[in-house]
Write a protein that binds this ligand. Structure first.
Ligand SMILES: Cc1ncc(COP(=O)(O)O)c(C=O)c1O
Length: 464
């Protein structure tokens, strides 16, 4: 495959590379110098983040899993919905607690709750605010929060402000680790042991950076064993399953029939949350809900349009196609004659790929792990081929697990998926050649191309 990108892709990458040049030494005023010094820490590792404009690229990165935005399907439904309410007002004019509430809001919440088989729903402005609200307001003094070590930053944001003094992580997706953690909580917390306080267990149905499912039914079973008085509750973040997992995209909890076992679910197509005591608690005590202006009518109309599409089954062809494309990717990459060698030599690792055929569920998020910092080289290689993907590093992921995060979309073509798999292997083969030649200071071709046109060339040892 020929690494030839159009000018705009190339210049954006070059702009990012140029931005890695240290600034503090040439900044005079103290206010800006201090800021630049903090940013230079990132620049010195060649990892300063810059904003890039979305161009005519092949999307293997965005959250538009069903391609509802890019296909225009959602826009069409949204415009129809607006047409049914020609007198809508643009601003919501106040917090939900003051002027921001109305019939349309509540009817939509009922619709969302019914779709997901939940008792009640509450719409908040974003998933981040949703988790912040849940985890700051729901845990009561004496309650304990137990969370998977890889839960989203927004859960930590909420927990940092919550009343639960004990907050304990368990190993990612490990049922035994959850059981051990719960037993430890049971032993050490007399109020919990007597059934007078609750243990809240936070998990995601699909983890945003790993792309793996949580073994929800087994986790619930383990909690039931340790707490026969049932003073535990699960809070499940369905950000990455809404619309794509289960029939019509109802999410993991509903597709497993576990609705009754789960206290709260967070869905981020709509940013909707379920259950009634919970709803009142959030309305009364969650600062991210109290102190912000409610969603405007156009936002609600967009949410309603999405749910209309999901409930009508119109998104099913896209959902099913998405899974066909993911299977095609795994088939192509694991079937490539060089795959096993580059994997065994540690050039790439795709944890979900090795037994993909025996997995009950596959997800649209694929982590391609590399040596630390080599994920930048792989991203450059793919971006120059116009595949839009991004490198992800600690602290967003655990130390030693730098990766390129690949996200599949329903409107990708089969050929694009085949080309992507081939491009990843092509890069891995080049890295293997560099490794085997003993010339470990050699940059791979795509990185050379980018660094050639800017003045900032990192030393290779920055990438070890
Ligand atoms: C697992 C998870 N929860 C919550 C969020 C926050 O959702 P939103 O983008 O709606 O704020 C995200 C998005 O990054 C996520 O990946």
């Amino acid at each position: 495959m020929n690494a030839l990108a159009d000018e705009s892709v190339f210049s954006q990458i070059a702009h990012w590379n140029q931005a890695q040049e240290l600034r503090a030494p040439r900044t005079k005023d103290i206010f800006n110098k201090n800021l630049e010094e903090a940013l230079d820490i990132r620049r010195s590792q060649h990892s300063l983040i810059t904003l890039r404009k979305r161009r005519d690229h092949i999307d293997f990165s965005s959250n538009d899993f069903l391609s509802l935005s890019s296909s225009g399907q959602l826009r069409e439904a949204f415009l129809e919905e607006l047409g049914r309410h020609p007198d809508f007002s643009l601003g919501s004019t106040g917090s939900r607690l003051l002027d921001g509430n109305h019939d349309y809001f509540e009817a939509l919440e009922d619709e969302i709750a019914a779709f997901h088989g939940a008792e009640r729903a509450l719409i908040v402005n974003s998933g981040f605010e949703g988790n912040s609200a849940i985890f700051s307001a729901i845990p009561r003094p004496g309650d304990v929060v137990v969370f998977d070590e890889l839960v989203h930053a927004s859960v930590h944001e909420g927990m940092a402000r919550c009343s639960a003094m004990v907050r304990q992580s368990f190993r990612h997706n490990c049922v035994d680790s959850l059981r051990d953690t719960l037993e430890m909580v049971h032993e050490s917390q007399p109020l919990v042991q007597r059934g007078q306080r609750t243990v809240l267990i936070a998990v995601e149905s699909v983890y945003s950076m790993e792309g793996d499912f949580c073994p929800l039914a087994e986790l619930v079973e383990a909690a039931q064993e340790v707490f026969p008085k049932r003073n535990f509750q699960f809070i499940v973040d369905e950000a990455h399953t809404t619309g794509v997992v289960g029939e019509k995209g109802v999410g993991l909890v509903s597709s497993l029939g576990l609705q009754k076992e789960i206290a709260i679910r967070l869905h981020t197509f709509s940013k909707a949350l379920g259950a009634s005591g919970v709803r009142n608690m959030l309305i009364n005590h969650a600062r991210p809900i109290t102190f912000t202006t409610a969603a405007s009518f156009p936002t609600l109309a967009a949410v309603k349009s999405v749910y209309g599409l999901l409930a009508s089954g119109k998104t099913e062809p896209s959902r099913l196609r998405l899974y066909d494309l993911i299977r095609l990717f795994y088939k192509e990459i694991t079937g490539n004659p060089a795959y096993e060698e580059v994997r065994d030599e540690g050039i790439i690792s795709i944890p979900m790929a090795d037994d993909w055929e025996s997995q009950t569920y596959l997800t649209h998020i694929v982590a391609v792990l590399t040596e630390p910092r080599h994920n930048y080289f792989l991203s450059l290689h793919l971006q120059l081929l116009r595949f839009w993907v991004f490198p992800v590093d600690p602290p967003a992921v655990p130390k030693g697990t730098s990766r390129v995060r690949v996200v599949f979309h329903a409107n990708a073509t089969e050929q694009q998926v085949i080309d992507l798999a081939e491009a990843i292997i092509e890069w891995a083969k080049e890295m293997l050649e560099i490794k085997q030649s003993g010339k470990e200071g050699t940059l791979p071709t795509a990185a050379q191309q980018v660094y050639k046109i800017t003045s900032v060339t990192p030393r290779f040892d920055q990438f070890q």
